[in-house]
Design a binder for this molecule. Sequence first.
Ligand code: SF4
Ligand code: SF4
Length: 517
Amino acid sequence: MDIRSQVSMVFHLDKCIGCHTCSIACKNIWTDRKGAEYMWWNNVETKPGTGYPTKWEDQNIYKGGWEKIGTTLTLKGAGKQKGLLNIFHNPNLPVIDDYYEPFTYKYLDLIESPASDDQPTARPVSLITGKPIDIKMGPNWDDDLSGTPDFARNDPNLKKLAPAEQEAMFQLERMAFFYLPRICNHCLNPACVASCPSGAIYKRGEDGVVLINQNVCRAWRMCVTACPYKKSYYNWHTGKSEKCILCYPRIEAGLAPACMQSCVGRIRYLGVILYDADRIHEVASASEEQLIHRHLDILADPFDPDVIASAKANGIADSTLHAAQNSPTYKFVKKWGLALPLHAEFRTLPMLFYVPPLLPVMASVKEMGQSKQVSELDPIAKVWDDRWLYDTSTTELWGTINEARFPLKYLASLFSAGDENKIADRLKKLMAIRIYRRHKTVGDISQDKAMKALEAVGYSPELADEIYYLTSLAKFDDRFVIPAAHREQAIEMLEFTGDTKGSTGFGFKEGTFQRGL
Ligand code: SF4
Ligand code: SF4
């Protein structure tokens, strides 16, 4: 056992309202600069949709992440050999059109235009050429237009769904969607680190934040290819790659990252998670069916005496251990079993977890004749002109989960490497809490039914209240349990990343030493 600590994150998707405040907070602090105009270290996508950069999830196009060939784990499109082959032309890099052409508006026209009968307008101008452009797309262009053919129907996650299942998703006024906020996952097995020919990218020992050393970066852009989440970006002005730094200067000062502090929906949680570094290789190379289970299993119990002893032997401070014991992310991911990683099949072991969205599951859309629709619906309910029935009846406890407007298969493609049972389990838990709270607050659900719902998912009423508190009422200090910075005890995980690049993970079992000051 070799226990390390990581500052990890949970995003509760039922709470995201898609306001993009997080993206703007990040943009204002970090990427409002020359060469970084197109970068959104934090972005919010509408799902189903193609995302930013477009179709980033399709690794047949971008060749990001790791692949398991036999028993060996290799980078899909980067690494020593592949990097050399693509040295003069890397076909797997996203180009500016895959992101979007960054633009601004000629706001001064609003003020300085001569008097006329018509209202002046601020024309969009390209931030690259300075010339007027017709905006065709942007980083959040598909916002609220999930059903549109250009975006929703090209979502790579839909490949696994039958045409009828896809169609069901796009009915109901073409508005079946949810928001997916994304930042760098500060992975345990980061493909970006392993791919860098210059050894410029490293994972900080003390908190797991993945950073690019700007003095060492030589513009190979292998990290851009290797990151399957496309969260490493190339700055054309400085000639260096850059990425989300999890606002480490703020974390070191005890503040939450800007995207989290500003989050209007209060969907974001941040806290320490302990993990067993001895098992990273084994977990990252697990079979696809085992990936999620092993990934969650590597996260260690902060109350276990053996875990505490190993953590202390590695120089993890008592204050960090205390933070791990109070960590909201540990609760959501491990204690309550509610949150899952995004696209675990990329095998980078992301340390950002998502509580999958329940809301769409409370109703389903079924294909049936119009006369059947009329007979199924309440007499005052709207009858659709087409053959789809929007059904919100909940005659039995888990009735709608398997007929969800978002098929389990779709959510499983995002959050559980295709395992639908894992998604159903999370949704049942969320539903059980909702049923229990409705019994308590509205009173139209019997105690018997509410208790049955909790029992079925293994929750007690006290636990359900605890989850409800952290989900709905939690204060700032409950949502962000930030460990005190201990630079004097920082453990350097790597001797030199360049020695191990392209091999398994990032080879931090080479040894540790005190970085000190
Ligand atoms: S998401 Fe993971 S692989 Fe991508 S830049 Fe962040 S740490 Fe690296
Ligand atoms: S600020 Fe919060 S609620 Fe708003 S889009 Fe970002 S994650 Fe969602």
